[in-house]
Write a protein that binds this ligand. Structure first.
Ligand SMILES: [Zn+2]
Length: 272
């Protein structure tokens, strides 16, 4: 968390709420998140307007009017809020707009980033270049999924869904929910899925994403909307972090296991 749904929510909110705003000042308290020094970073940003927002996987890209883009990776615990006034000492990176409001970034752990990149070459940056196909992109078709499952046939299906270099955007929570919705056990080999199961799996991506977005995304960790509001989607999860609790469909206790070092949650009755 945040995963694809939460970053997509932020992307839309940046377009709706921040488009046209000019950044007057940058606050940098955590220079290690940047891809350059603060002295180099600030002049690339200051004086420019936000014109668009894009996303690949879990990386948010905010485009500025000077063809510079901010690429932000929040990892597990990072978050971003639009506040009336920046808490100068407490933000990791803050962007103060011409109306005085501040886009405050906090909580990003080592490995996450706030990069200033050439807008035309954002996805050529090494960290973004290695991302696999975005799970919400129109290019992610059922045929594409089939190819992915064949190519990664020996891997466990949950690992395939979570591997950002194969499919980008899905993490621990949504992989659990997608596999539950599709009725597929997380430890199954990718090559073991039959045609019907692949159909169900493909449909489940969209259904799980749409439901989670309807509930405002999941705030089981630190994710909040730009206005600070929490999402409710985690309260409607069927299996993720529900070990021992009854399956909402059949009543069987939800089980947890480790797959690739991560916890996987599933219903042993609904998932085959
Ligand atoms: Zn069940």
């Amino acid at each position: 968390m945040p995963e694809i749904v939460e970053i997509e929510i932020l992307r839309k909110e940046v377009i709706d709420q921040l488009s046209g705003k000019t950044i007057n000042e940058v606050i940098i308290n955590k220079e290690s998140l940047l891809n350059m020094s603060g002295e180099e970073f600030s002049p690339l940003i200051v004086g420019n307007r936000i014109v668009n927002a894009r996303r690949k996987g879990k990386v948010l890209v905010i485009d500025l009017s000077n063809d510079v883009s901010l690429a932000i990776h929040f990892l597990l615990t990072g978050f971003m809020r639009l506040v009336e006034k920046c808490d100068q000492d407490k933000v990791q990176v803050g962007f103060i707009f011409d109306d005085g409001k501040c886009l405050a970034i906090k909580g990003i752990m080592r490995g996450g980033f706030v990069k200033a990149l050439d807008s035309a070459k954002v996805f050529e940056d090494p960290t973004l270049k290695k991302l696999g196909i975005d799970a919400m992109s129109p290019a992610f078709t059922k045929d594409e999924l089939k190819k992915i499952l064949i190519k990664n046939g020996k891997k466990k299906i949950k690992q395939v869904l979570m591997d950002q270099s194969i499919i980008s955007g899905i993490g621990n929570a949504y992989s659990d929910e997608i596999l539950f919705k599709a009725g597929i056990l997380p430890m199954r080999k990718a090559s073991s899925l039959n045609g019907n199961e692949i159909d169900n799996l493909y449909k489940s991506f969209g259904e799980v994403f749409r439901t989670a977005e309807k509930y405002g995304g999941a705030s089981e960790l630190t994710f909040v909307h730009l206005d600070g509001k929490k999402g409710e989607a985690h309260k409607h999860f069927f299996v993720h972090k529900r070990a021992g609790k009854p399956c909402l469909v059949c009543g069987t206790p939800i089980q947890a296991t480790k797959i690739g070092g991560r916890s996987a949650y599933f219903c042993p009755h609904c998932q085959k």
